[in-house]
Write a new protein. Structure first.
Length: 446
């Protein structure tokens, strides 16, 4: 069991307790940010005022207050607060916690808030073990996750909880937390007599990127570096922070959000946005080979035959990735990204292949017309393989009025080029070829 002690009581924190933990709010009034949830008309505030606390999941980025809200809500409702590790504990431990909560409610009427950080790591058996106790009300399950719950949580459990989305803290809210930490006596840094310029705080806010824990950790390390009466400058903050990687989770939902932003920015011919999202991923540790594969896809899906050289550019970047690696290959990927963003756009090739996929999936596997089959043996020739085939190079028009699709698909049109870039010329070429076929007046329709 882990219960938050009263905020500001002297000696409540053991030596070494991080500043971010010492400054953790103990009431809704102390919570910074998430106004839609805990503000005057916030849904969670209204629930607390009515003494209600349903099972719920907080979904939001790191440092947005998920754990804090769970503890505050448990304290406001006079509930037992128990933490559970989805990684370190199994079904046996889960059931033991549930039974303890059931007995506590039966004997005292108090409910138990079971807090599970990174709840998306629960396996199916663990989630199923909680269901009966969540349904009976013996346990209020409060989960916290940085991942989309709809991807990770079982439907049965998800249907019994309410999901609340937390947003990154605004710069002003991070600034408020930092100033409170600097001015607070018990647990804060007021007794240190630090000299902190606004520029230094602004730099911490910028580096934190909406993450309260990162901001407070940076402030604490900077304070420890300069000493109790030292001066925290912008340069000192930067030295402490060293190199802050862009927020990027190579396995989580943000991975898909970022790659979606890159793909759609290129599709919309927005060069600056395309470069920004590429940089966010590469500087955050994305596999450059994955990035190269995505650019190859974009070259065919969104540029296609409007500029056939786009695929060459993407292929050259992929070659550079394999033979140079990071960080040098970042420029090759950037070059391909800029080329794709500026290239004329057409999804005609993509649409054509989608039509082919549907035809293959929805229609029978039609046999190859006899005149298109090779006939290397006498038996094949006796079966009329190759009969009626005309060698296009032997004709004046260099094209034959000969059906090459199965008869059941005769006249089907899969590729419809646009008027963009090279596809305008391709359209003209297709019209020309159609006319030449008609002029040829030879071939087979068998």
């Amino acid at each position: 069991m882990n219960v938050r002690l009263p905020f500001g009581d002297g000696g409540e924190f053991p030596p070494g307790t991080p500043l971010a933990e010492r400054m953790r709010p103990r009431s809704l009034a102390e919570v910074v940010g998430q106004g839609a949830l805990v503000g005057p008309d916030g849904v969670l505030r209204r629930l607390v005022e009515r003494g209600e606390l349903p099972s719920l999941i907080f979904w939001g980025p790191p440092g947005s207050g998920k754990t804090t809200l769970a503890r505050v809500l448990a304290g406001a409702c006079d509930a037992e607060f128990v933490t559970f590790s989805a990684v370190l504990s199994g079904v046996k431990e889960a059931r033991a916690v549930m039974e303890s909560a059931r007995r506590l409610r039966a004997s005292t009427g108090r409910r138990t808030v079971l807090f599970v950080d990174e709840v998306h790591r629960f396996n199916k058996a663990q989630q199923d073990a909680f269901l009966p106790y969540v349904e009976s009300g013996d346990v209020v399950l409060v989960g916290a996750t940085t991942e989309n719950p709809s991807f990770e949580i079982n439907t049965a459990l998800l249907s019994r909880v309410k999901v609340y989305v937390l947003e990154p803290l605004a710069d002003a809210e991070i600034g408020s937390l930092l100033k409170r930490a600097l001015g607070f006596e018990e647990g804060g840094l007021a007794s240190w007599k630090l000299e902190v310029g606004d520029g230094a705080l602004d730099e911490i806010i910028r580096l934190a990127g909406g993450d309260a824990r990162v901001a407070l950790n940076l402030l604490e390390v900077a304070a420890e570096t300069v000493g109790r009466e030292g001066a925290i400058t912008i340069d000192e903050v930067r030295r402490v922070a060293q190199r802050r990687l862009a927020k990027y989770d190579k396995e989580g939902e943000e991975h898909y959000n970022l790659i979606s932003a890159l793909h759609k920015s290129i599709r919309n011919s927005d060069v600056d946005a395309s470069l920004y999202w590429l940089g966010r991923m590469l500087e955050g540790g994305a596999d450059p080979r994955f990035m190269a594969r995505r650019l190859l896809r974009v070259a065919s899906e969104d540029v296609g035959m409007a500029d056939p050289r786009a695929l060459e550019q993407a292929g050259a970047a992929a070659h550079a990735v394999e033979h140079v690696g990071m960080p040098e290959c970042a420029l090759a990927l950037a070059q391909a990204t800029v080329y794709l963003a500026l290239a004329p756009k057409s999804n005609a090739l993509y649409a054509a292949y989608c039509r082919v996929q549907r035809a293959v999936a929805d229609r029978p596997a039609y046999p190859v017309p006899l005149h298109l089959r090779n006939a290397p043996t006498r038996l094949m020739r006796e079966l009329r393989y190759g009969e009626g085939y005309v060698y296009a190079h032997d004709t004046e028009e260099k094209v034959v009025d000969m059906t090459c699709l199965p008869p059941e698909l005769a006249g089907e049109k899969f590729f419809a080029p646009s008027e963009e870039g090279w596809e305008k010329r391709i359209r003209e070429r297709m019209v020309e070829l159609m006319a030449r076929r008609k002029r040829s007046g030879s071939g087979s329709d068998s």
